[in-house]
Design a protein around this ligand. Sequence first.
Ligand SMILES: *[C@@H]1O[C@H](CO)[C@@H](O)[C@H](O)[C@H]1NC(C)=O
Ligand SMILES: *[C@@H]1O[C@H](CO)[C@@H](O)[C@H](O)[C@H]1NC(C)=O
Ligand SMILES: *[C@@H]1O[C@H](CO)[C@@H](O)[C@H](O)[C@H]1NC(C)=O
Ligand SMILES: *[C@@H]1O[C@H](CO)[C@@H](O)[C@H](O)[C@H]1NC(C)=O
Ligand SMILES: *[C@@H]1O[C@H](CO)[C@@H](O)[C@H](O)[C@H]1NC(C)=O
Length: 446
Amino acid sequence: MWQKKIFLFFVIISTVSLLLHQGGNIKSFHFGCRAVPRGPRSKITSVVFLKTHKTASSTMQNLLFRFAERHNLTVALPVPACGHQFCYPRTFTSHFVHPHTLPPNIITNHMRFNKAELQRLMPTNTTYITIMREPSSMFESLFVYYSQYCQSFKRVANVSLEAFLDNPWRYYRAEEKDSMYARNTLTFDLGGDKDRPATDEAYAKSFTAQVEQRFSLVMISEYFDESLILLRHLLNWDLEDIVYFKLNMRTESSKQSLNPQLSAKIRAWNSVDAHLFDHFNASLWRQLSALGLDCVAREVQLLRQAQEKLMRTCFAGQTPLRSAAQIKNKDLRPWQPNGKVDIVGYELPSNISVGAWTPPDVCLKLIMPEIQYTKVLLRSQSIRYRRSYQYRAHLPQKAVRTVVVRHPQIHRIEPKPAVVPAPVTKTTSSPKTSGTQSQSAMQEPH
Ligand SMILES: *[C@@H]1O[C@H](CO)[C@@H](O)[C@H](O)[C@H]1NC(C)=O
Ligand SMILES: *[C@@H]1O[C@H](CO)[C@@H](O)[C@H](O)[C@H]1NC(C)=O
Ligand SMILES: *[C@@H]1O[C@H](CO)[C@@H](O)[C@H](O)[C@H]1NC(C)=O
Ligand SMILES: *[C@@H]1O[C@H](CO)[C@@H](O)[C@H](O)[C@H]1NC(C)=O
Ligand SMILES: *[C@@H]1O[C@H](CO)[C@@H](O)[C@H](O)[C@H]1NC(C)=O
């Protein structure tokens, strides 16, 4: 009898340990955090991701594009006149959305946030997400990336961040084109006023409260994987939905290290951004603690194992990262802001053997830069749109009316407007934006 019990005991122990050690296996993922019950168990598929600048948001955008493709969802994409962004830095309006990408489930290309317009465009129960980064490293990144592009930075001798911060007012013009890259960029992207003085704490507080009220999750770049675990729980997604390869990174040699004095100056100059970051970093850690730091760590580990496995499948053990000039496939070449910054990308080995479990273009899509992916998606969605349009044309009139147009206000626009319609709202920050300027802005992904 006792032998039977001991045998049973060993069977149970070995089964449990077997399950626990199946690292990247998706089935074992529930050994991570116990999901908080939140109504329907199906995946949430209506998502606004406000893509902010220099915050690892390209990696998130790629993740969302792939999620949309796998689940046959529609991603709202910009009309051609807007480039691959929604006519940033102009405030978003639904006129910027390509009619073939309506009605959307997901929207993620760069825009300046406009709550009312997005509410009109997106399904009512849409989840809003964004991402922030520690303000001094974010500003250093903006400074290097836009040093040849943004007037406020171009004035600085020897591209010296120190010189700029010693006296920002000497170089910065609030009203100038592209000034949003030179002060409180995050606040600007979120639709706020980048030029509030540091003394106006009431503004920083009330703006932060507004953001908190609208966004269900604010991710933090420094804790990207942990943020993804929160995202997965919020949206009821699987492990495979949050797997990614890092995109749009600089080489280490293009980065400048910051001393505490410099960081303090950056925070003072970008005081609204600093307020936002501190608030949402604290809130991220409260949410992680609520989920349980141990189980978050376990899920992060499973995620990284799954990623390593995919890296091996996709790159056959070769080092995939290289600078843009070395990438032969132009569909995989990331956009380069200027000669001083080296943005690295990936190249697939030509002799790649794609594993049986991965459809052929999984690896390709994981490393496709945003400009190219936006084009690919627009093409495939346009084909789908035309097909369903032909299908609807054969239906009786009554049925057509119920199937078509969720957003009548947008369907009035022609597919390829010659000029972008005038913006609905205007702020003081960029009064001179014109069609030609948004054309030039479109060359530029971040
Ligand atoms: C969101 O709303 C749509 C339609 O309004 C519905 O089909 C979908 O199930 C809802 N999703 C959730 C997660 O509530
Ligand atoms: C997506 O659409 C394709 C083709 O219409 C279909 O084969 C596939 O099952 C769909 N996938 C999902 C997840 O709905
Ligand atoms: C810029 O660099 C040059 C050469 O390194 C140096 O001579 C000059 O003084 C620098 N200018 C400023 C304003 O720092
Ligand atoms: C974010 O918050 C955590 C917890 O309070 C803290 O330990 C960490 O230093 C903060 N991160 C940054 C980049 O400020
Ligand atoms: C692919 O080619 C590289 C070198 O060109 C080689 O090291 C690697 O083993 C090859 N992989 C396969 C799967 O043939």
